[in-house]
Design a protein around this ligand. Structure first.
Ligand code: PLP
Length: 470
């Protein structure tokens, strides 16, 4: 399986090559040259597999350049820190089931992809005799998932920028309690956008980037998208009965369009998904797009800080991969759309009916008041406490539940991560497990830094891992 660029201007790459690329050289994103197909017979055969076995099958369709036994070993290691089932499902009533994606070390769905990425990165670097210094910016979940997945890897160091004093106590503890010589937490005197701008500035300095083997593990990363496809198959297999070609729908709390893109790929591969419901919070640039066909990213000033912070986005980096399929895989049309976007927006309104008819994609928005009401009503009806992002999902899912069609909502985080909003919604103080209590009390490792690219460059130059030239 080769990977091509959505903008058509790059040489095809293998999975392992695409893994280390951020953007393709032509500014596009890597996509499979053709999506693999899974027939009904294969799907039924997969019903008996454990999560790691299923992951080996599904990822194996994409990572064809990695020997099966190596892949199986990496997948087993990636999901070792999870409970045996890895992704458990549970009913909350009203025809809705939650897909538990947050059982990993940092209590959010990003662990499922990041843990695999950590394994496959180390493996690929080892085979090439290379090292990687990951530079990233986080407002919370991505940074901690990356650090917990990449720590202890000999060939990988992490430089994670976060805005000083703007993460929750829980998020700070999750990152800063790590004591690993290759993990560098850098608290920038600024806001999240300042952190992201610093990353862009350094990554844009090609000589510095090459000299220090800088890379990224953000949500456009191909290995992350691939690993996420697995749990759509898993959830479908758990929620349907053997032999029955039951259709069901998924609702996905969305930000960068990474998670739901994986569901879209699963559907294109042949998994019988009826609807893919995209849920946004007040930053509803994607709901606007799926309702109107007009995509208008927002500026930092128009991006609100909400109580489902991991969905606070101004633009959705992975949308380009959907547009590529919508455009019939015609890179010239993608290129034209992104040229149009330089004027502030692009317009696919004439194609908007196809979003639902052909691709099953529909959407909705949830607000702070909706979030609180949904956390409350789910708690009253089932005793279950859901996190604010999952609540956005349940709120929008309820608008699309159909009789006889199971609705699966992806649980993207555990409520313990967002204790303040839970307290506001239901007046309950969530207890932390003994391990999490220990984490909160552990000494913290963080460097404070001015919002200054030179200072950051100096720091990285002095602590980055170096390529060993043989
Ligand atoms: C990252 C994140 C999301 C958004 O996922 P995308 O792949 O960016 O659409 C939703 N909920 C939580 C808890 C997250 O951490």
């Amino acid at each position: 399986m080769n990977y091509i660029s959505t903008r058509g201007g790059a040489e095809p790459l293998t999975f392992s090559e695409a893994l280390l690329e951020g953007l393709a050289p032509d500014g596009g994103l890597a996509v499979p040259a053709a999506l693999p197909e899974v027939d009904g017979e294969t799907l039924e055969r997969w019903r008996a597999l454990t999560y790691p076995q299923l992951a080996t099958e599904v990822i194996g369709l994409f990572a064809t350049d990695i020997p099966r036994e190596d892949l199986a070993r990496m997948v087993a290691a990636a999901y070792e820190p999870f409970p045996a089932e890895v992704v458990p499902l549970r009913r909350i009533g009203e025809g809705i089931e939650l897909v538990g994606l947050s059982e990993g070390p940092t209590l959010a769905f990003k662990d499922l992809a990041m843990q695999f990425l950590g394994q496959v990165l180390e493996y690929t670097l080892e085979r090439r005799g290379a090292v990687l210094n990951v530079l990233g910016a986080t407002s919370g979940d991505t940074g901690s998932a990356a650090e917990h997945a990449l720590r202890g890897k000999e060939r990988i160091a992490v430089f994670m920028l976060s805005p000083q004093g703007r993460m929750s106590a829980f998020q700070r503890a999750q990152m800063f309690s790590l004591n690993d010589p290759h993990i560098h937490n850098i608290a920038i005197d600024g806001v999240f956008d300042d952190c992201q701008n610093l990353v862009k500035q350094l990554a844009g300095d090609l000589q510095f980037k090459r000299e220090h083997s800088l890379g990224a593990v953000n949500s456009i990363n191909l290995a992350r998208i691939t690993a996420q496809v697995v749990y759509y198959f898993w959830a479908w297999l758990r929620a349907t009965d053997a032999g029955g070609w039951t259709e069901l729908s998924f609702t996905v709390p969305s930000g960068n369009f990474g998670n739901i893109l994986s569901g879209f790929y699963a559907r294109q591969m042949g998994l019988p998904i009826r609807r893919l419901v995209l849920a946004t919070n007040e930053n509803n640039v994607l709901d606007e797009f799926f309702r109107t066909g007009i995509y208008r990213p927002r500026g930092a000033a128009e991006t609100l800080a909400t109580s489902s912070p991991s969905m606070d986005i101004s633009k959705a980096s992975n949308l380009e991969r959907f547009i590529f399929e919508l455009a019939g895989r015609d890179a010239a049309r993608v290129l034209a759309a992104w040229r149009e976007l330089e004027g502030g927006s692009f317009d696919f309104s004439s194609e908007q009916p196809r979003f639902a008819e052909e691709f099953g994609l529909v959407s909705g928005t949830s607000t702070h008041a909706d979030r609180l009401a949904t956390i409350r009503s789910v708690h009253e009806a089932s005793g279950d406490i859901i996190d604010p992002h999952t609540a956005d999902g349940v709120k929008v899912a309820r608008e699309y539940v159909e009789p006889g069609v199971p609705m699966l909502v992806l649980e993207t985080a555990k409520p313990q991560k967002f204790a303040e909003t839970i307290r506001e919604a239901i007046g309950v103080d969530l207890e932390l497990s003994p391990e999490l209590g220990e984490m909160m009390a552990a000494p913290q490792h963080v460097v404070e830094m001015a919002n200054d690219a030179r200072a950051l460059q100096d720091y990285i130059a002095s602590s980055a891992l170096r390529q060993v030239v043989q």
